[in-house]
Design a protein around this ligand. Sequence first.
Ligand code: NAD
Length: 252
Amino acid sequence: MEADFTNKTAIVTGAGSGIGRASAERLATAGAAVVVADIDVAGGHETVDRIEGAGGDAVFVDVDVTDEDDVEAMVETATDEFGSLDIAHNNAGIEGEAAPLTELDSAQWHRVLDINLTGVWLGLKHEIPALIESGGGSIVNTSSIAGLVADGTAPYVASKHAVVGLSKSAAIRYADDGVRVNAICPGVVKTPMVERSLEEHPGAIDQLTADQPLGRMATPEEVADAVAWLVLDAASFINGHSLPIDGGLLAT
Ligand code: NAD
């Protein structure tokens, strides 16, 4: 199914790298004007350059998703620059420290919860009124298979389970207003986040690949295709859903 987002505006957080960059590029290729939001200024500008180089329309906003003023300014940029907000992908996230929960300090715990969960809530808080003002729209929040099973560190698993619950809560509350909210639950995706982790544990790649039913990790583009489908009008009855994009990993 060919996506056409001409005359639509999208926000993607964490768009300076990995899944967020692929999502921003996918939405832009299908015609959306994209607000590329990230705390990484260089990465964000690179995404904008890539979109503009391919003939698309994008603007970078320096956003820390845990800072409400930043998030408010991000949404204002969409409506001020492009006249509406129709699509949002709340995707920025971090893995945090690879330590058992008994060895974490409070700052490490809160950092993961603040970015992965509070960042999504702040996005929803400011995006939903703008989507309603634009006549409705669609939001995708990035959770993880760690939002469905305990695959990862405690704060990461807790934050990603919470993103699933938050997405369901927003989905039922704002359905009447024409706003759909879904979560995606990727398995292992070949992004800088995973590459950093593999650098720390060089032997892990073989086991990681062996565990995958398809014998490989997902590409960020495969995740972006699922995002583009979820925000299409063709997915108009998909709401409050948490979509695994895991090559069948959870089915094993
Ligand atoms: P990545 O590290 O490549 O990209 C994450 C981006 O988020 C970076 O550009 C980073 O600068 C940005 N970011 C981090 N903190 C931020 C903040 N406070 N404010 C704004 N931006 C911030 O990682 P990725 O693999 O593309 O991950 C994207 C999302 O997908 C994350 O939520 C992650 O938990 C989730 N995810 C990833 C995988 C995977 O295997 N890579 C699997 C499941 C879920």
